[in-house]
Structure formats: structure tokens, C-alpha cells
Design a protein around this ligand. Structure first.
Ligand SMILES: Nc1ncnc2c1ncn2[C@@H]1O[C@H](COP(=O)(O)OP(=O)(O)OP(=O)(O)O)[C@@H](O)[C@H]1O
Length: 274
């Protein structure tokens, strides 16, 4: 059965710095206690520590927290990109990621070749691969660029291809970073429609976002990360209200709600930055 189990997860990064002695001194005074050193005397930052949770089919988990809280690191650990230093991550099911546009993309191959390759990796039949190819071609709208190497694409073109591809093959577990909802206005509209279908069909969603109304719309559970630890784990409303420090009434008034994609001028700072 599809599911995710994370137990006592710890992820650390060694910091390489020209003046390690003064860095250590500064970091020793750090209040967050996230900096320590390893057996080779290197300063390491604990991006995640003591993180445990379980996800079952139907769970739509949102990750909230200020800059550097550990959201992206957790998504990457779930995707298998980062190896735990301690604890474990167990994922059952086919994972789809919307984390980094060039992730899993061979820049020397053409867009079309990348689509076919991804289809083969996903174990699709030739006719299914053809269907994915047509779908992505229509969605990405890259014209003749689809037959040129990806390294010749602009960053926006890479996002279109990568987004189209990642959303064409239905995953059991969808891992998504919010910036995938960025882009120009017409792309955003089409992307959001496509995402909504994918989100509704995936068994499990894990989404990192600073946008409160996206969380309220799409998630049924939130984890609030602070300094690499879970500060709160609960229902979307409960956690969001604690995180924002005010009730969610304004999010209930959908018809007057501002465009969720764009940062709003009166939102708290922590919701505006990524
Ligand atoms: N490759 C890396 N090397 C060293 N430190 C890293 C690396 N990646 C992340 N970190 C550190 O790990 C911590 C968690 O970072 P992470 O990117 O997961 O935070 P985040 O919650 O996604 O932040 P943001 O909202 O700003 O994107 C931070 O202190 C960051 O500096």
C-alpha cells in the first residue's frame, strides 16, 4: 500500500569555509543550536533533526515554516535526493517530483528525447509514451524547440517542459515545491488547472508553500518546521492559525480572496519569501 514513514530523521550538511575557526566561534554562539561539528571537526548545520511522521493514502500534507526551517530539505529527503545522517525515510509507491525544473532532465538530449526516456523509466508501453509525448507537446507549447537540446532552452522553457512532463505521468506520491506555481500569467492559469487534477488523483501529496490559501485549499494536514524540527503537526486550520498568529476568516471568503499565486502586500513577511 502507498505510504510514507519518517522516523527520527536527521539531515546535516558540512560547511566548508575559508576561516573555519572564526566560523566555529560565531556558530557556537548560535541560539538555534543547529550547528555542531562532525568527527572530522567540520562545522555542520543540522538541516533536519528528530523529524518523525507517517502519511497514508488521502493525506495532503503541507510544510510551513520560515526561511531555512528545513522544508526543501525534507522534500528532497522524501524524494531520495538526500541520504539521512540518522533515522530513516521509507516510501511505498511511485514518486512524482516537482522540486527542481532540471531534476532528472538530461540537458544534452532534446525535449522529446527526455519525454521518451522518462516514459521508459516509468515503465510505460510505447503507445502510452506516445500519448505522454503528445500531451506534453501540447501543454509546453515549445514548437520546434522540442526537437532541440534542452540546454538551448530559456529557464522558462525548461520549467514548461519539466512541469508538463512531471504532471503527465500520474504518481502515487506527489512532492511539490511552491515555486512550480510561478511563471507568467497564462502559464500559471494552465499550470494550476493541471496541478489540481494531479493533486486530486495522487494518493499522497506533500507540498511546501508560503501561500496560506493554497495550503487551506489543498492540504488536510500541516507540519510547521522551525529550526529543522517539527514545531507543530495537526489539521490545516489549527496549524495555519498558530503559524500566522490570527484566525483564518479571511481565507474563508473565497470570492474576495486575492490571487494566491502572487505575494500579497499585507501578508506577513514569512509568507512572502521563498
Ligand atoms: N546544500 C546545503 N549546504 C549547506 N547547508 C544547506 C544546504 N541546503 C540547505 N542547507 C541549510 O539547511 C537549512 C534548511 O534549509 P532548507 O532549504 O531546507 O530550508 P527551507 O525551509 O526550504 O527554506 P526557504 O523557505 O528559505 O526555502 C538551512 O539552514 C540551510 O542553510
Amino acid at each position: 500500500m502507498v505510504g510514507i514513514t519518517v522516523r527520527d530523521l536527521e539531515i546535516s550538511f558540512p560547511l566548508y569555509h575559508g576561516n573555519a575557526r572564526s566560523l566555529k566561534k560565531t556558530l557556537r554562539n548560535s541560539l538555534s543550536g543547529r550547528f555542531t561539528h562532525d568527527e572530522r571537526e567540520r562545522v555542520v548545520v543540522q538541516a533536519l533533526r528528530d523529524v518523525s511522521f507517517t502519511l497514508n493514502p488521502g493525506d495532503r500534507l503541507g510544510l510551513v515554516g520560515g526561511n531555512g526551517a528545513g522544508k526543501t530539505t525534507l522534500l528532497r529527503a522524501l524524494a531520495g535526493i538526500y541520504e539521512p545522517v540518522g533515522g530513516s525515510v521509507t516510501v511505498h509507491g511511485h514518486i512524482g517530483t516537482l522540486l527542481d525544473p532540471s531534476l532528472g532532465m538530461n540537458m544534452e538530449l532534446t525535449g522529446r528525447e527526455n519525454i521518451r526516456l522518462r516514459g521508459m523509466f516509468a515503465g510505460l508501453s510505447p503507445s502510452e509514451i506516445r500519448a505522454v509525448e503528445e500531451d506534453v507537446e501540447a501543454f509546453a507549447g515549445l514548437g520546434s524547440f522540442l526537437d532541440l537540446p534542452v540546454q538551448t532552452y530559456s529557464s522558462g522553457m525548461t520549467v514548461r517542459l519539466s512541469f508538463g512532463l512531471a504532471t503527465a505521468i500520474m504518481p502515487d506520491v506527489l512532492l511539490m515545491d511552491e515555486w512550480f506555481m510561478a511563471g507568467d500569467a497564462s502559464f500559471r492559469q494552465r499550470a494550476r488547472k493541471r496541478l489540481e487534477t494531479l493533486v486530486s488523483k495522487a494518493d499522497i501529496l506533500v507540498l511546501s508553500s508560503h501561500m496560506a490559501d493554497i495550503m487551506a485549499d489543498w492540504c488536510n494536514r500541516l507540519i510547521w518546521l522551525e529550526d529543522g524540527r517539527i514545531r507543530m503537526d495537526g489539521s490545516t486550520r489549527e496549524v495555519l492559525e498558530a503559524y500566522l498568529g490570527h484566525p483564518l476568516e479571511e481565507l474563508d471568503r473565497k470570492e474576495t480572496a486575492p490571487d494566491p499565486i502572487l505575494p500579497q502586500p499585507d501578508a506577513p513577511d514569512s509568507l512572502l519569501t521563498t
